[in-house]
Design a protein. Structure first.
Length: 340
């Protein structure tokens, strides 16, 4: 029904507009008594065999929703009802920012992909923290944090520390985003020296807490082998909890859609193989020294299996969720039960 009726209707509208309309509609529908339970019953797969425990957190299943979908933490409880084992909000910055000029989100239908150049548009950490205080369910929440566009790279660590402090009591884990291609010079922070400084500063603040929380790093798929080896070294040095591999890519190899030359980060099916390669490299070269969350081009249970075989411990959906619909979460979890 989703692919034959709902998706064709949704795809008639500009993607950013229909995203906003969908969020408003879901928010309204979930206020109707019984809708939450109905959605949870239809899309959820409850089975102890699906539970996974990593970095001190127990996930009811290993399928999460990636950051960027619920940037402003307005629908995390409702999205959890669609069967996700965890939901990542953000990217969040200290100050509100409008992001890059519209249009900035594009469907590549022939490629089952998206290009976005959103630019960390969000309501700011203070507003988002207040929303997260209203959490009504036990869904695990990740807080994806970044820096404001106007903050120079040499002061980026201050932005990450502000977000860490404001979100500490309302999220279950943190993700440091230095890999978005849509904030000028942000990816320069993936270099060994600045990245080590940022992660170590966050770990120092984390270790000062009574109960520290897991900090993960989200990396780009465009890193070279030597850069990935640096990432492994940085994880071991700073003792962060793990890696999310990967963010969107700047590559345009093999695309067929007419709007393939739009600038921004590419996600979806064209990213499937490269994200898997990065996961496999990290897992093999580190001897599985840390957990890996795999994300990038997961549009089917088979895609998910490839990520797990490559070394992912958990996975996240975004573009596949849009193209395949909410039943994809259920399909993946049911497929996992067949092999456990």
């Amino acid at each position: 029904m989703y692919k034959t009726i709902i998706r064709p209707i949704l795809f008639c509208f500009h993607p950013e507009l229909i995203h906003q309309i969908t969020f408003a509609t879901l928010k309204m529908l979930f206020k109707i008594p019984g809708v939450f339970s109905l959605v949870k019953k239809h899309f959820g797969v409850a089975d102890k065999k699906l539970e996974k425990t990593f970095f001190g957190l127990t996930f009811k299943n290993p399928v999460g929703l990636a950051a960027g979908f619920d940037k402003n933490a307005v629908l995390f409880d409702e999205l959890g009802a669609f069967g996700f084992g965890f939901v990542e909000i953000g990217t969040v910055t200290p100050k509100p920012q409008s992001g890059n000029p519209k249009r900035r989100l594009f469907r590549l239908k022939k490629d089952k992909a998206l290009i976005n150049r959103m630019g960390f548009n969000n309501d700011g950490v203070a507003v988002i923290a207040e929303r997260l205080k209203q959490r009504k369910t036990a869904v695990i929440i990740g807080g994806n944090i970044g820096k404001n566009k106007v903050t120079p790279n040499e002061k980026a660590v201050d932005d990450y520390l502000i977000c860490f402090d404001k979100l500490f009591d309302v999220v279950d884990y943190f993700v440091v985003n230095v890999s978005s291609p849509n904030t000028p010079n942000l990816r320069d922070l993936q270099d060994k020296k600045p990245l080590t400084e940022i992660l170590q500063a966050l770990q120092n603040a984390n270790n000062a807490q009574t109960k520290p929380k897991p900090i993960l790093l989200k990396i780009a798929p465009d890193l070279s082998g030597s850069q990935l080896l640096d990432i492994i070294s940085i994880v071991k040095t700073t003792k962060i909890a793990g890696i999310i591999a990967t963010n969107t890519t700047l590559s345009r190899d093999g695309l067929q859609s007419d709007n393939k030359k739009e600038t921004g980060g590419l996600s979806g099916k064209p990213l499937t193989n490269r994200a898997t390669e990065v996961i496999r490299f990290l897992a093999d070269k580190s001897d599985k020294a840390f957990p890996i969350i795999g994300v990038g081009g997961i549009h089917s249970p088979e895609d998910a299996q490839e990520k797990f075989k490559a070394g992912a411990d958990l996975i996240q959906l975004y573009t596949g969720f849009i193209y395949q619909g909410p039943s994809l979460v259920k399909q993946i979890n049911k497929a996992l039960l067949l092999i456990t």
